[in-house]
Ligand binder design. Structure first.
Ligand code: SF4
Length: 313
């Protein structure tokens, strides 16, 4: 799932049905400790704990990006296409859905209007919509929607582990074979990772597989990532041990998040991904200062709780 849809599974965000699929409501939520984990937020913490803090605890605003919004738009088109009878799921029909889904997206998220505010002639918008259509068209070279009848689309899933950790997320598509075998499918509008990075890409899918296993007591037969940017399909057939391993990893991650939440120590971890981070102005690695830490902190060894300590130092 692309990032802006993934946002719907962030801690504290409400996911509401608005007639045509889930829409994220990032309404005002007071700062509070994290209460659940989604694949994208777990990845944030692994990438950079301070980034996780900015997104989950401070909830700092982020600018919409053309790439992420295009991903959301393409996901919406692929989801809606399955409303049509199988024989009508054609390339022209799918491409014809693009403008209407863009209108709907803009209505539900008015802030997206700023993406093309400096485009009075509409040239950039036209090019961007054309790129979305190309991605939609490429999907037909990778899967045949005439032969697919998804059991679920944009499925919100949530489960609670024995430890109390709540896992949540939104699965793009769930297919179930006549034999009962479950396939979890996720669309990516970017390019497939090089083989040495495939494990990172599969983490999200194993996360979903773990939630499905917890909810349905069924280990999905196949996890499938469909990369529309490069025209690749990455699959993995998990076994129970994979899911148990992911569960252990998530529990360790959650413990690290809990400790950081209590201590207020959220360390920046600079990588080349900092180039895409919206929060450099608040990041010590770039000469910035984090906002005052909004949660109580426990000083090391004392058990005392103090208010308002600065987060990353
Ligand atoms: S700029 Fe880099 S190090 Fe700083 S918060 Fe963002 S991702 Fe982390």
């Amino acid at each position: 799932m692309d990032s802006s849809i993934e946002d719907a599974s962030q801690d504290g965000d409400a996911v509401v049905a608005q007639g045509e699929g889930p829409v994220t409501v990032r309404a005002a939520r007071a700062a509070g400790p994290p209460v659940s984990l989604s694949p994208s937020r777990a990845s944030d913490f692994m990438q950079c704990p301070l980034l996780y803090r900015f997104r989950v605890i401070d909830r700092l605003p982020e600018k919409p990006s053309e790439a992420a919004t295009r991903g959301t738009l393409v996901h919406a088109v692929l989801e809606r296409l399955f409303d049509a009878p199988a024989v009508e799921r054609t390339v022209p029909r799918a491409k014809s859905l693009v403008p209407g889904q863009w209108d709907r997206l803009r209505e539900s998220r008015p802030e997206l209007g700023e993406l093309f505010a400096q485009d009075p002639q509409g040239e950039r918008l036209a090019r961007w919509l054309g790129e979305a259509e190309q991605l939609v068209e490429r999907w037909f070279t990778l899967e045949d929607p005439v032969r697919l009848e998804p059991v679920e689309r944009e499925l919100f899933v949530e489960t609670e582990l024995e430890s109390g950790l709540r896992l949540r997320g939104i699965i793009d598509r769930v297919d179930v074979a006549p034999t009962g075998e479950v396939r979890i499918v996720d669309y990516k509008t970017g390019k497939a990772p090089r083989p040495e990075y495939a494990e990172g890409a599969l983490f999200q899918m194993k996360f979903y597989a773990l939630v499905v296993w917890r909810l349905k007591k069924v280990v999905p037969r196949r996890l499938q990532l469909v990369y529309l940017g490069s025209g690749d399909v990455l699959t993995y057939d998990p076994v129970l041990a994979d899911l148990q391993r992911v569960e252990r990893k998530l529990l360790a991650l959650w413990e690290a998040i809990r400790q950081a939440t209590e201590s207020g120590e959220w360390r920046p971890r600079p990588t080349k991904l900092c180039g895409w981070c919206d929060h450099q102005a608040h990041c010590p690695e770039f000469g910035g200062t984090p906002p005052p830490y909004p949660l109580p902190v426990r000083s090391a060894g004392s058990g005392d709780v103090a208010q308002g300590r600065m987060g990353a130092d």
